[in-house]
Design a binder for this molecule. Structure first.
Ligand code: AMP
Length: 214
């Protein structure tokens, strides 16, 4: 089964994708992670991507399709794929249909993470990620955290460079303009399921499990 996550920034899609991956053996593709890895390389492409991420702008549809095609082409047999962060434009939604079609697959479910801007902003400002294992925490809610230390593996916790108030606002505006129209697109295809995300991580995951299993 292939599942697409549509969400405003910092709605918790990365956290839920990890839970889904671990519980159902799905392969997790986070286009944000793929791009952040390239952005860390000191290449012209890396610098170009870093500037776009930093300004809350989207990387071009063409480059995204190329990266996604390479990623899917490199996978062996998998139970399913979670698309965390792709598509983010209508053009990308069409590209995804084509790319999957070429390998005999399709989008089976689309989960829309419904959350208001203020709640998402709070999640962005408190979000920290383990540099070693990728576990995501929130300094407002995960009060058990020792400063800068992952409680799973002891790795160093870092803030994302685009999780500041101003950058979050830019990303949210980009989401409203470019990504939100996908809700209509997938509703018309009868694939969209909405999950209210102003809830705890475990409750949100239970709702997602219910959708996956029905
Ligand atoms: P995320 O980790 O999903 O919040 O993505 C972080 C940033 O990576 C976004 O704000 C965009 O700048 C870029 N990005 C991620 N996925 C895409 C995509 N599908 N298309 C264009 N840009 C993307």
């Amino acid at each position: 089964m292939n599942v697409v996550f549509i969400a405003p920034p910092a709605a918790g899609k990365g956290t839920q994708a990890t839970l889904l991956r671990d519980n159902y053996n799905f392969y997790h593709i986070s286009t944000g992670d793929v791009l952040r890895e390239i952005a860390e390389t000191n290449t012209p492409l890396g610098c170009e991507i870093k500037a776009l991420i930093d300004n809350g702008k989207l990387v071009s549809d063409e480059l995204m399709a190329k990266l996604l095609k390479e990623k899917i082409g490199s996978l062996g047999k998998v139970e399913g794929i979670i698309f965390d962060g792709f598509p983010r434009t209508l053009e990308q939604a069409h590209m995804l249909d084509e790319i999957l079609n070429e390998v005999g697959m399709k989008v089976n479910k689309v989960i829309y993470f419904d959350i208001d801007k203020d709640t998402a902003m709070k999640r962005a400002l408190g979000r920290v990620t383990c540099k070693d294992c990728g576990e995501i925490y929130n300094t407002y809610f995960d009060t058990f955290l020792k400063e800068d230390e992952c409680s799973k593996c002891g790795g160093k916790l870092e803030k994302r460079m685009d999780d500041t108030e101003e950058k979050f606002s830019n990303r949210f505006d980009t989401y409203l303009e470019k990504t939100k129209p996908l809700i209509d697109y997938y509703t018309n295809l009868n694939l969209l399921e909405t999950v209210n995300c102003s809830d705890s991580k475990d409750n949100i995951f239970n709702k997602i499990k219910f959708i996956i299993e029905k």
